[in-house]
Write a protein that binds this ligand. Structure first.
Ligand SMILES: [Zn+2]
Length: 435
Protein backbone atom coordinates (compact mmCIF):
# COMPACT_ATOMS: atom_id res chain seq x y z
CA UNK A 1 0.00 0.00 0.00
CA UNK A 2 1.04 3.53 -0.50
CA UNK A 3 1.52 4.10 3.17
CA UNK A 4 0.65 7.75 2.92
CA UNK A 5 3.05 10.53 3.52
CA UNK A 6 6.37 9.11 4.50
CA UNK A 7 6.94 11.88 6.94
CA UNK A 8 3.91 10.75 8.87
CA UNK A 9 5.59 7.43 9.49
CA UNK A 10 8.10 9.11 11.67
CA UNK A 11 5.83 11.59 13.31
CA UNK A 12 6.59 9.81 16.53
CA UNK A 13 10.27 9.86 15.77
CA UNK A 14 12.32 11.76 18.17
CA UNK A 15 15.49 13.58 17.73
CA UNK A 16 18.00 12.12 19.90
CA UNK A 17 21.55 12.19 20.83
CA UNK A 18 23.80 15.04 20.26
CA UNK A 19 26.67 13.56 22.08
CA UNK A 20 29.07 16.07 23.46
CA UNK A 21 32.51 15.11 22.39
CA UNK A 22 34.30 11.87 22.90
CA UNK A 23 34.44 11.98 26.63
CA UNK A 24 32.80 15.24 27.47
CA UNK A 25 29.38 16.10 28.69
CA UNK A 26 26.64 14.68 26.61
CA UNK A 27 24.11 17.23 25.55
CA UNK A 28 20.95 15.54 24.58
CA UNK A 29 18.55 17.31 22.33
CA UNK A 30 15.15 15.89 22.93
CA UNK A 31 12.96 17.20 20.20
CA UNK A 32 9.51 15.91 19.55
CA UNK A 33 8.95 16.14 15.87
CA UNK A 34 5.86 17.32 14.13
CA UNK A 35 3.23 17.94 15.19
CA UNK A 36 4.40 18.52 18.73
CA UNK A 37 7.09 21.13 18.51
CA UNK A 38 8.55 20.44 21.90
CA UNK A 39 12.22 20.81 22.41
CA UNK A 40 14.37 20.77 25.43
CA UNK A 41 17.95 20.15 26.32
CA UNK A 42 19.00 17.88 29.12
CA UNK A 43 22.51 17.89 30.44
CA UNK A 44 23.88 14.63 31.64
CA UNK A 45 26.85 13.64 33.60
CA UNK A 46 29.59 11.94 31.74
CA UNK A 47 28.54 8.48 30.70
CA UNK A 48 29.74 5.80 33.04
CA UNK A 49 32.82 4.15 31.67
CA UNK A 50 32.48 0.43 31.83
CA UNK A 51 35.42 -1.83 32.17
CA UNK A 52 33.56 -5.05 31.58
CA UNK A 53 32.23 -4.23 28.14
CA UNK A 54 32.75 -7.10 25.80
CA UNK A 55 31.65 -6.73 22.25
CA UNK A 56 29.14 -9.37 21.30
CA UNK A 57 28.14 -9.98 24.89
CA UNK A 58 24.45 -10.12 24.24
CA UNK A 59 21.82 -12.47 25.44
CA UNK A 60 20.87 -13.24 21.90
CA UNK A 61 22.83 -12.45 18.81
CA UNK A 62 20.93 -14.70 16.43
CA UNK A 63 17.60 -12.95 16.39
CA UNK A 64 16.08 -12.96 12.95
CA UNK A 65 12.97 -10.98 12.40
CA UNK A 66 14.19 -7.91 10.60
CA UNK A 67 14.52 -7.68 6.85
CA UNK A 68 17.87 -9.09 5.97
CA UNK A 69 19.79 -5.87 5.49
CA UNK A 70 18.52 -4.37 8.71
CA UNK A 71 19.32 -7.65 10.36
CA UNK A 72 22.97 -7.37 9.42
CA UNK A 73 23.39 -3.71 10.29
CA UNK A 74 21.54 -3.99 13.58
CA UNK A 75 23.14 -7.22 14.71
CA UNK A 76 26.62 -6.06 13.83
CA UNK A 77 26.21 -2.73 15.58
CA UNK A 78 24.49 -4.14 18.64
CA UNK A 79 27.11 -6.81 19.10
CA UNK A 80 29.95 -4.40 18.55
CA UNK A 81 28.64 -2.09 21.22
CA UNK A 82 27.26 -4.84 23.43
CA UNK A 83 23.53 -4.32 23.53
CA UNK A 84 20.62 -6.58 22.72
CA UNK A 85 20.06 -6.53 18.93
CA UNK A 86 16.31 -6.88 19.32
CA UNK A 87 16.35 -3.76 21.48
CA UNK A 88 18.09 -1.74 18.79
CA UNK A 89 15.68 -3.11 16.20
CA UNK A 90 12.74 -2.15 18.40
CA UNK A 91 14.02 1.41 18.60
CA UNK A 92 14.25 1.59 14.82
CA UNK A 93 10.65 0.42 14.54
CA UNK A 94 9.54 2.91 17.17
CA UNK A 95 11.11 5.70 15.18
CA UNK A 96 9.19 4.73 12.07
CA UNK A 97 5.67 4.09 13.23
CA UNK A 98 6.46 0.40 13.80
CA UNK A 99 7.53 -0.08 10.19
CA UNK A 100 10.72 -1.13 8.52
CA UNK A 101 10.83 2.21 6.79
CA UNK A 102 12.99 2.84 3.77
CA UNK A 103 14.99 5.77 2.57
CA UNK A 104 14.04 8.15 -0.19
CA UNK A 105 15.16 7.41 -3.71
CA UNK A 106 18.28 9.50 -3.21
CA UNK A 107 19.27 7.44 -0.18
CA UNK A 108 18.36 10.05 2.41
CA UNK A 109 15.72 9.44 5.05
CA UNK A 110 12.67 11.52 5.78
CA UNK A 111 13.59 14.16 8.30
CA UNK A 112 11.58 15.05 11.33
CA UNK A 113 12.76 18.53 12.16
CA UNK A 114 16.36 18.14 13.21
CA UNK A 115 16.07 14.39 13.40
CA UNK A 116 17.87 12.67 10.58
CA UNK A 117 18.67 9.25 9.25
CA UNK A 118 17.43 5.76 10.00
CA UNK A 119 17.32 6.34 13.76
CA UNK A 120 16.18 9.93 13.59
CA UNK A 121 19.20 11.04 15.50
CA UNK A 122 19.15 14.70 16.16
CA UNK A 123 21.19 16.80 13.84
CA UNK A 124 21.58 19.41 16.50
CA UNK A 125 22.76 22.70 15.08
CA UNK A 126 23.56 20.82 11.93
CA UNK A 127 26.14 18.61 13.47
CA UNK A 128 26.28 15.28 15.05
CA UNK A 129 28.73 15.21 17.84
CA UNK A 130 31.45 12.69 18.26
CA UNK A 131 30.78 9.16 19.26
CA UNK A 132 33.99 7.35 19.86
CA UNK A 133 33.06 4.47 22.05
CA UNK A 134 33.67 0.85 21.35
CA UNK A 135 34.50 -0.01 17.80
CA UNK A 136 33.50 3.33 16.53
CA UNK A 137 36.56 5.37 17.21
CA UNK A 138 37.62 5.80 13.60
CA UNK A 139 34.47 7.73 12.72
CA UNK A 140 33.43 11.17 13.83
CA UNK A 141 30.48 13.34 13.06
CA UNK A 142 31.53 16.12 10.77
CA UNK A 143 29.80 19.45 10.54
CA UNK A 144 28.56 20.20 7.03
CA UNK A 145 31.34 21.10 4.63
CA UNK A 146 34.04 20.02 7.01
CA UNK A 147 36.43 17.15 6.68
CA UNK A 148 37.41 14.57 9.22
CA UNK A 149 40.62 14.90 11.22
CA UNK A 150 43.57 12.84 10.07
CA UNK A 151 42.99 9.16 10.61
CA UNK A 152 39.24 9.56 10.95
CA UNK A 153 36.32 9.40 8.57
CA UNK A 154 33.01 11.19 8.79
CA UNK A 155 29.93 9.36 9.86
CA UNK A 156 27.28 9.13 7.16
CA UNK A 157 24.19 10.12 9.08
CA UNK A 158 21.92 8.61 6.43
CA UNK A 159 23.64 5.24 6.46
CA UNK A 160 21.92 2.35 8.17
CA UNK A 161 25.27 0.95 9.25
CA UNK A 162 26.66 4.15 10.72
CA UNK A 163 23.47 5.23 12.40
CA UNK A 164 22.79 1.76 13.82
CA UNK A 165 26.14 1.97 15.49
CA UNK A 166 25.49 5.50 16.73
CA UNK A 167 22.10 4.54 18.13
CA UNK A 168 23.54 1.44 19.78
CA UNK A 169 26.28 3.56 21.23
CA UNK A 170 23.73 5.98 22.60
CA UNK A 171 21.68 3.23 24.20
CA UNK A 172 24.71 1.65 25.76
CA UNK A 173 26.55 4.67 27.02
CA UNK A 174 23.91 7.26 27.63
CA UNK A 175 21.20 5.03 28.94
CA UNK A 176 23.82 3.34 31.01
CA UNK A 177 23.47 6.51 33.00
CA UNK A 178 20.15 5.03 34.01
CA UNK A 179 22.03 1.87 34.95
CA UNK A 180 20.25 -0.38 32.54
CA UNK A 181 21.61 -3.77 31.73
CA UNK A 182 21.97 -3.17 28.01
CA UNK A 183 21.48 -6.82 27.16
CA UNK A 184 18.19 -6.88 28.90
CA UNK A 185 15.04 -8.72 27.95
CA UNK A 186 13.23 -7.39 30.99
CA UNK A 187 9.99 -5.62 30.19
CA UNK A 188 10.58 -2.63 32.42
CA UNK A 189 14.14 -2.16 31.32
CA UNK A 190 13.19 -2.40 27.68
CA UNK A 191 10.46 0.19 28.20
CA UNK A 192 12.91 2.33 30.13
CA UNK A 193 15.27 2.27 27.17
CA UNK A 194 12.47 3.40 24.89
CA UNK A 195 11.54 6.19 27.25
CA UNK A 196 15.14 7.34 27.44
CA UNK A 197 15.63 7.22 23.73
CA UNK A 198 12.44 9.07 23.09
CA UNK A 199 12.23 11.60 25.83
CA UNK A 200 15.69 11.78 27.32
CA UNK A 201 17.50 9.46 29.72
CA UNK A 202 16.12 11.24 32.77
CA UNK A 203 12.70 9.83 31.95
CA UNK A 204 14.11 6.38 32.32
CA UNK A 205 16.23 7.12 35.35
CA UNK A 206 13.37 8.62 37.30
CA UNK A 207 11.02 5.79 36.55
CA UNK A 208 13.59 3.15 37.31
CA UNK A 209 14.59 4.77 40.58
CA UNK A 210 10.96 4.79 41.63
CA UNK A 211 10.80 1.05 41.04
CA UNK A 212 8.95 1.16 37.75
CA UNK A 213 5.52 2.04 39.11
CA UNK A 214 2.95 1.06 36.52
CA UNK A 215 0.73 4.00 37.43
CA UNK A 216 3.42 6.55 36.63
CA UNK A 217 4.97 5.38 33.44
CA UNK A 218 7.18 7.94 31.77
CA UNK A 219 5.39 10.25 29.43
CA UNK A 220 6.60 9.49 25.93
CA UNK A 221 5.41 10.35 22.47
CA UNK A 222 2.71 8.06 21.21
CA UNK A 223 3.34 5.63 24.08
CA UNK A 224 6.78 5.14 22.64
CA UNK A 225 8.12 3.13 25.58
CA UNK A 226 5.28 0.63 25.43
CA UNK A 227 5.74 0.24 21.71
CA UNK A 228 9.40 -0.45 22.40
CA UNK A 229 8.35 -3.45 24.43
CA UNK A 230 5.88 -4.68 21.82
CA UNK A 231 8.45 -4.30 19.06
CA UNK A 232 11.14 -5.88 21.18
CA UNK A 233 9.02 -8.96 21.73
CA UNK A 234 8.35 -9.22 18.02
CA UNK A 235 12.04 -9.22 17.31
CA UNK A 236 13.27 -11.17 20.30
CA UNK A 237 11.54 -14.32 19.12
CA UNK A 238 14.22 -14.37 16.48
CA UNK A 239 16.53 -15.49 19.22
CA UNK A 240 15.13 -18.88 18.47
CA UNK A 241 16.93 -18.53 15.20
CA UNK A 242 14.09 -18.07 12.78
CA UNK A 243 14.98 -17.22 9.23
CA UNK A 244 15.40 -13.60 8.34
CA UNK A 245 12.63 -12.10 6.31
CA UNK A 246 13.37 -11.38 2.72
CA UNK A 247 14.68 -7.93 2.10
CA UNK A 248 17.85 -6.01 1.72
CA UNK A 249 19.55 -3.18 3.48
CA UNK A 250 18.31 0.19 2.43
CA UNK A 251 21.77 1.40 1.68
CA UNK A 252 22.92 3.34 -1.31
CA UNK A 253 23.43 0.13 -3.26
CA UNK A 254 19.69 -0.22 -3.49
CA UNK A 255 19.06 3.06 -5.11
CA UNK A 256 21.35 3.20 -8.05
CA UNK A 257 21.08 0.92 -10.94
CA UNK A 258 19.59 -2.40 -11.87
CA UNK A 259 21.55 -5.59 -11.60
CA UNK A 260 21.33 -8.95 -13.37
CA UNK A 261 19.25 -11.74 -11.92
CA UNK A 262 20.66 -15.25 -11.98
CA UNK A 263 19.66 -16.41 -15.44
CA UNK A 264 20.59 -20.00 -14.68
CA UNK A 265 17.54 -20.17 -12.44
CA UNK A 266 15.00 -19.18 -15.10
CA UNK A 267 13.86 -19.89 -18.62
CA UNK A 268 13.93 -16.86 -20.88
CA UNK A 269 11.04 -16.19 -23.24
CA UNK A 270 11.69 -13.52 -25.84
CA UNK A 271 14.48 -11.10 -25.08
CA UNK A 272 13.93 -9.57 -21.68
CA UNK A 273 16.60 -7.43 -20.10
CA UNK A 274 16.98 -9.74 -17.12
CA UNK A 275 17.83 -7.08 -14.56
CA UNK A 276 16.08 -5.69 -11.50
CA UNK A 277 16.96 -3.32 -8.71
CA UNK A 278 19.40 -5.06 -6.35
CA UNK A 279 16.98 -5.97 -3.55
CA UNK A 280 14.42 -7.14 -6.09
CA UNK A 281 17.03 -9.15 -7.97
CA UNK A 282 18.11 -10.86 -4.77
CA UNK A 283 14.54 -11.70 -3.85
CA UNK A 284 13.77 -12.79 -7.38
CA UNK A 285 16.62 -15.31 -7.33
CA UNK A 286 15.25 -16.68 -4.07
CA UNK A 287 11.75 -16.83 -5.51
CA UNK A 288 13.02 -18.68 -8.58
CA UNK A 289 14.69 -21.24 -6.32
CA UNK A 290 11.58 -21.75 -4.26
CA UNK A 291 9.37 -22.05 -7.33
CA UNK A 292 11.68 -24.68 -8.82
CA UNK A 293 11.68 -26.57 -5.55
CA UNK A 294 7.89 -26.49 -5.31
CA UNK A 295 7.03 -27.30 -8.91
CA UNK A 296 10.09 -28.90 -10.47
CA UNK A 297 10.03 -26.20 -13.14
CA UNK A 298 11.94 -23.04 -13.82
CA UNK A 299 10.10 -19.76 -14.00
CA UNK A 300 9.55 -18.68 -17.59
CA UNK A 301 10.21 -14.97 -17.77
CA UNK A 302 9.30 -12.63 -20.60
CA UNK A 303 10.07 -9.21 -19.17
CA UNK A 304 11.96 -7.49 -16.39
CA UNK A 305 13.74 -4.15 -16.51
CA UNK A 306 12.88 -1.90 -19.45
CA UNK A 307 14.59 1.23 -20.66
CA UNK A 308 12.51 4.30 -21.38
CA UNK A 309 12.99 3.56 -25.07
CA UNK A 310 11.75 0.02 -24.62
CA UNK A 311 8.68 1.20 -22.75
CA UNK A 312 7.92 3.69 -25.52
CA UNK A 313 8.05 0.92 -28.10
CA UNK A 314 5.94 -1.41 -26.01
CA UNK A 315 3.41 1.37 -25.48
CA UNK A 316 3.34 1.94 -29.22
CA UNK A 317 2.47 -1.55 -30.38
CA UNK A 318 1.80 -5.13 -29.40
CA UNK A 319 3.47 -6.39 -32.56
CA UNK A 320 6.97 -7.66 -31.91
CA UNK A 321 8.26 -6.77 -35.38
CA UNK A 322 6.98 -3.23 -35.03
CA UNK A 323 8.47 -3.05 -31.57
CA UNK A 324 11.83 -4.07 -33.02
CA UNK A 325 11.53 -1.39 -35.68
CA UNK A 326 10.74 1.13 -32.98
CA UNK A 327 13.78 0.04 -30.97
CA UNK A 328 15.93 0.53 -34.04
CA UNK A 329 14.89 4.16 -34.27
CA UNK A 330 16.67 6.93 -32.47
CA UNK A 331 14.63 7.48 -29.32
CA UNK A 332 14.68 11.25 -29.79
CA UNK A 333 12.91 10.86 -33.13
CA UNK A 334 9.88 9.26 -31.50
CA UNK A 335 7.11 11.59 -30.40
CA UNK A 336 4.34 10.87 -27.96
CA UNK A 337 1.74 10.85 -30.71
CA UNK A 338 3.58 7.83 -32.12
CA UNK A 339 2.70 5.78 -29.07
CA UNK A 340 -0.06 7.51 -27.12
CA UNK A 341 -3.74 7.76 -27.94
CA UNK A 342 -5.56 11.08 -27.57
CA UNK A 343 -6.58 10.08 -24.05
CA UNK A 344 -2.94 9.73 -23.00
CA UNK A 345 -3.07 5.94 -22.81
CA UNK A 346 -0.85 3.62 -24.75
CA UNK A 347 -1.85 2.47 -28.19
CA UNK A 348 -0.95 -1.00 -26.92
CA UNK A 349 -3.56 -1.36 -24.23
CA UNK A 350 -1.44 -3.90 -22.36
CA UNK A 351 1.27 -1.37 -21.60
CA UNK A 352 1.71 1.59 -19.30
CA UNK A 353 2.98 4.84 -20.77
CA UNK A 354 6.70 5.45 -20.36
CA UNK A 355 7.39 6.91 -16.95
CA UNK A 356 4.63 4.89 -15.33
CA UNK A 357 5.86 1.32 -15.47
CA UNK A 358 7.37 -0.58 -12.60
CA UNK A 359 9.46 -2.34 -15.24
CA UNK A 360 11.31 0.90 -15.91
CA UNK A 361 12.05 1.04 -12.22
CA UNK A 362 13.45 -2.49 -12.29
CA UNK A 363 10.76 -3.48 -9.83
CA UNK A 364 8.57 -5.84 -11.83
CA UNK A 365 8.75 -9.01 -13.87
CA UNK A 366 6.39 -10.72 -16.29
CA UNK A 367 6.04 -14.44 -16.69
CA UNK A 368 5.31 -15.99 -20.04
CA UNK A 369 1.93 -17.06 -18.80
CA UNK A 370 1.25 -19.33 -21.75
CA UNK A 371 3.89 -21.68 -20.37
CA UNK A 372 2.18 -21.96 -17.00
CA UNK A 373 -0.56 -24.28 -15.90
CA UNK A 374 -3.03 -22.70 -13.54
CA UNK A 375 -1.66 -24.91 -10.77
CA UNK A 376 1.89 -23.68 -11.39
CA UNK A 377 0.68 -20.11 -11.55
CA UNK A 378 -1.14 -20.60 -8.27
CA UNK A 379 2.07 -21.77 -6.66
CA UNK A 380 3.88 -18.69 -7.93
CA UNK A 381 1.13 -16.33 -6.85
CA UNK A 382 1.12 -17.90 -3.40
CA UNK A 383 4.84 -17.92 -2.71
CA UNK A 384 5.70 -14.60 -4.41
CA UNK A 385 4.81 -12.43 -1.39
CA UNK A 386 7.30 -14.40 0.69
CA UNK A 387 9.92 -12.83 -1.54
CA UNK A 388 8.37 -9.37 -1.70
CA UNK A 389 6.60 -9.80 -5.02
CA UNK A 390 2.87 -9.44 -5.53
CA UNK A 391 0.69 -10.45 -8.45
CA UNK A 392 -0.63 -7.41 -10.31
CA UNK A 393 -3.69 -5.93 -8.68
CA UNK A 394 -5.24 -5.55 -12.12
CA UNK A 395 -5.39 -9.33 -12.44
CA UNK A 396 -7.54 -9.54 -9.31
CA UNK A 397 -5.67 -12.76 -8.70
CA UNK A 398 -7.45 -14.57 -11.54
CA UNK A 399 -5.38 -16.70 -13.89
CA UNK A 400 -7.01 -15.64 -17.14
CA UNK A 401 -7.28 -11.95 -16.37
CA UNK A 402 -5.15 -9.23 -17.92
CA UNK A 403 -1.91 -8.61 -16.03
CA UNK A 404 -2.00 -12.07 -14.46
CA UNK A 405 1.53 -12.33 -15.86
CA UNK A 406 2.81 -9.27 -14.04
CA UNK A 407 4.43 -9.22 -10.60
CA UNK A 408 5.45 -6.07 -8.75
CA UNK A 409 8.17 -5.78 -6.19
CA UNK A 410 6.82 -4.58 -2.87
CA UNK A 411 9.96 -4.90 -0.78
CA UNK A 412 10.62 -1.20 -1.03
CA UNK A 413 7.04 -0.16 -0.74
CA UNK A 414 7.58 2.80 1.50
CA UNK A 415 9.95 4.14 -1.05
CA UNK A 416 8.58 3.25 -4.40
CA UNK A 417 5.14 1.91 -4.43
CA UNK A 418 2.22 3.39 -6.32
CA UNK A 419 2.16 6.40 -8.44
CA UNK A 420 3.96 9.64 -9.00
CA UNK A 421 6.26 10.98 -7.80
CA UNK A 422 7.47 7.77 -6.25
CA UNK A 423 7.47 5.84 -9.49
CA UNK A 424 9.48 8.53 -11.23
CA UNK A 425 11.94 8.60 -8.34
CA UNK A 426 12.25 4.85 -8.65
CA UNK A 427 12.83 5.06 -12.38
CA UNK A 428 15.50 7.67 -11.84
CA UNK A 429 17.16 5.39 -9.33
CA UNK A 430 17.03 2.39 -11.61
CA UNK A 431 18.77 4.32 -14.35
CA UNK A 432 21.35 5.94 -12.14
CA UNK A 433 24.95 4.91 -12.40
CA UNK A 434 26.66 4.32 -9.12
CA UNK A 435 30.29 4.83 -8.50
ZN1 LIG B 1 4.60 -6.37 -16.51
Amino acid sequence: MAGGDEASNIAAGIGLPALGGAFGLAVIGVGIIIPLALFSIIKLREPVKETSTTAGQTTCSTWGNAPAGFQTAITTSANKVGIQPALLGAIFLDEHGNNWARPNADGTWARGGRAVGPYQIEDFDNKWKTVTEDGYSSKVYCAPSTTAPAGKTCVNVESIEDSSLAAADFIKHILTGAKLPPTTADKNEVRCTGAGYNAGPAKCTTWKNAGYPEDSQPHTTDEYHNRTWVNFQKLFVGCQSSAAQAGTAPDSGNVCGVTAVDKSKITIAGSPDARLMPPAAKNFNELADEYAKDTGNKLVISSMYRTHHKQICLCMTNDTAEQAACMARDESSITSTDYLKANGKCKNTNANPPGASMHEAGLAFDINIKSFTEAQWNVLKTIAPNFNFNISKTSKGVFKNAEAWHFDYIGLENQYWYGAPKISNAITSANKTCN
